[in-house]
Design a protein around this ligand. Structure first.
Ligand code: HEC
Ligand code: HEC
Length: 309
């Protein structure tokens, strides 16, 4: 409306004439339409990217109570750890029960720093320790995708933690010991494909959160990166995926790895078990073939570590 009335004024005070005015109006309308179409396209591209990253980052695996057919991202799945049981909260876009009222800055701060909008600290059972290395752009694509989903009015269940691990105020101390806010450059000096793989493995799909052993306070032991762990999410053993020939996956080809990431099948044709199936299904199977190959290239370039969890 404002544009039209401004044009009217121009038309009145200048000899532009009615044809000129109609042309100017048409040009304005076309520009506005093209602008809208471009932003709609940018929006839908962002949602598509967000959907893939959301899958590869496994957000739904923790934030959905799949065992009880709970609604997507409405929270409630139990994560049993040596410190007690965590229940990932409702992160649907519900303004009261979920994160619907969060700004972009709130969301980035949670994933980058492990800090809530009210300034309190998150437990590292929320793997912000890995997500911290994601780019702002990728985080916001995930947020856009989450905000396109159904809001669910369901209260989050409180964690059941043993003393002293229930002391949220002590988290800054834990973070000081075990957390380095990103984004930090990954696999520096390596070929582009390996660096892309490093980004996917270390920042997005947080493979190390399960495949790397932890110290007494639950921090990842970086000197044993991806060498396998005996305390997986459900108390299971998580295999060594470094290229060690005896104890790791040194005898796997790149195709064996991409086959697992896309189909959930092991080289012998068995379906991969437990939480790894969740990582693949509606997870790494959504990644492009190129990205799956990048993960394989990264794993094969790792230093082999001899370790049997
Ligand atoms: C391994 C399980 C796990 C995965 C995977 C996971 N989360 Fe969480 N998340 C949690 C837990 C547990 C908490 C609660 C932490 C706390 O109470 O300190 C949490 C908390 C959050 C919060 C804070 C919510 C609030 O109300 O304060 C947000 C936002 C969040 N996660 C988003 C995500 C996103 C986005 C992804 C995927 C990129 C993701 N999470 C993946 C377990 C997980
Ligand atoms: C939530 C925990 C978890 C995450 C995250 C995870 N894994 Fe796994 N992974 C497992 C478990 C548990 C197994 C063992 C499955 C079994 O017993 O069949 C496994 C098995 C594997 C195997 C087969 C190894 C073998 O010797 O049989 C490979 C390869 C693998 N994971 C790679 C990855 C990659 C790459 C990522 C990141 C994209 C990843 N995993 C993320 C838990 C996880």
């Amino acid at each position: 409306m404002r544009i039209v009335s401004e044009l009217d004024e121009i038309a009145i005070s200048s000899p532009i004439g009615s044809t000129g005015r109609a042309l100017a109006l048409a040009a304005t309308a076309l520009a506005a339409f093209l602008g809208l179409a471009a932003s709609a396209m940018a929006q839908s591209e962002m949602l598509e990217r967000g959907a893939v990253l959301f899958a590869a980052a496994g957000c739904a695996n923790c934030h959905t109570d799949r065992k009880n057919q709970g609604p997507l991202l409405a929270g409630g799945r139990s994560l049993i750890t040596p410190f007690g049981t965590f229940y990932a909260p409702n992160i649907t876009p519900h303004p009261e029960f979920g994160i619907g009222a969060w700004s972009d800055e709130d969301f980035i701060r949670a994933l980058r720093e492990g800090v809530a909008p009210d300034g309190s600290h998150y437990f590292p059972s929320f793997p912000y320790t890995s997500y911290t290395n994601m780019t702002d752009e990728d985080m916001l694509a995930i947020k856009a995708y989450i905000f396109s989903l159904e809001p669910v009015a369901q209260e989050s269940r409180p964690h059941e933690l043993d003393f002293p691990y229930d002391q949220r105020w002590a988290l800054p101390f834990w973070k000081w010991l075990h957390f380095e806010p990103g984004p930090k450059p990954l696999a520096e000096g390596q070929p582009d494909e390996v660096r892309r793989g490093a980004y996917l493995v270390e920042a997005v799909s947080h493979c190390g959160e399960c495949h790397t052993p932890r110290g007494r306070l639950g921090g990842l032991d970086r000197s044993m990166w991806l060498a396998g762990s005996s305390d997986g999410a459900e108390g299971e053993k998580v295999p060594n995926i470094t290229p060690d020939a005896e104890t790791g996956i040194g005898d796997w080809s790149a195709d064996d790895i991409t086959f697992l990431l896309s189909m959930g099948l092991l080289p012998d044709g068995d379906v991969v078990g437990s939480t790894m199936w969740e990582v693949v299904s509606d997870g790494t199977d959504q990644l492009s073939a190129e990205d799956q190959e990048a993960i394989a290239a990264y794993l094969m370039a790792l230093p082999p570590i001899e370790h049997r969890p």
